[in-house]
Design a protein around this ligand. Structure first.
Ligand code: HEM
Length: 173
């Protein structure tokens, strides 16, 4: 029988449970200060998520230049799969859970800047899904996109990240 904890859904469930337990513990220990602690962990998760989202398309660019079946290509497959599984997926789940917790706590859902941030975060998550699909295609030697395509895609998370950080810190509207 396959180990359910070793599936993407299983790992997402573990990340969720650990995040919820950690958030609960922080609230118990720090009471009202929990907001700032949760925000700090949210930002740490965002840094990990963004690091992976910026590095993965770089790996795709190099992967495009390596012969399918070559040792180099197989190494890229392992790097892409580990980056996705160990860093990118769990950090996205944690960023979402804690970000939504912050929004509920401070009632940010009424703020126009937050609507814009949420939209940008949803697009970022869509790009995340697209990258995960590409990892799967590369793993089966079925990538049909050029290095130039991945070079352009590399800029999408960068631009979204700049917009989100300005929205959340300047809160221009
Ligand atoms: C995934 C969905 C996300 C949700 C629901 C969310 C929600 C939130 C909320 C409610 C806050 C607290 C705002 C405040 O107290 O002023 C916050 C803080 C922050 N978020 Fe997010 N966020 C998400 C994703 C992101 C992303 C993708 C980035 C960056 C690329 C980001 C960067 C930040 C930063 C830098 C702060 C700290 C701002 C400050 O207090 O000065 N968040 N987030």
């Amino acid at each position: 029988m396959p180990n359910v904890l070793n599936t993407p859904a299983g790992r997402a469930a573990i990340a969720l449970a650990l995040t919820a337990a950690g958030a609960g513990l922080l609230m118990l220990v720090f009471g009202i200060d929990a907001y700032n602690w949760i925000k700090a962990i949210h930002v740490i998760a965002i840094i990990a998520w963004m690091a992976a989202m910026l590095y993965l398309p770089r790996l795709f660019i190099y992967h495009c230049d390596s012969e399918p079946g070559s040792r180099q290509s197989e190494t890229f497959k392992v790097m892409e799969a580990r980056l996705t599984r160990i860093i990118m997926n769990p950090s996205m789940v944690i960023a979402w859970v804690l970000g939504l917790w912050l929004a509920f706590q401070a009632d940010w859902f009424v703020a126009p800047w937050f609507h814009a941030k949420l939209t940008a975060a949803l697009i970022m998550s869509g790009v995340h899904g697209y990258f995960v699909g590409a990892v799967r295609k590369f793993a089966e030697d079925r990538n049909d996109k050029s290095a130039r395509h991945w070079r352009i895609m590399n800029e999408v998370p960068t631009l979204l990240m700049i917009a989100i950080v300005i929205l959340v810190i300047v809160k221009p509207f």
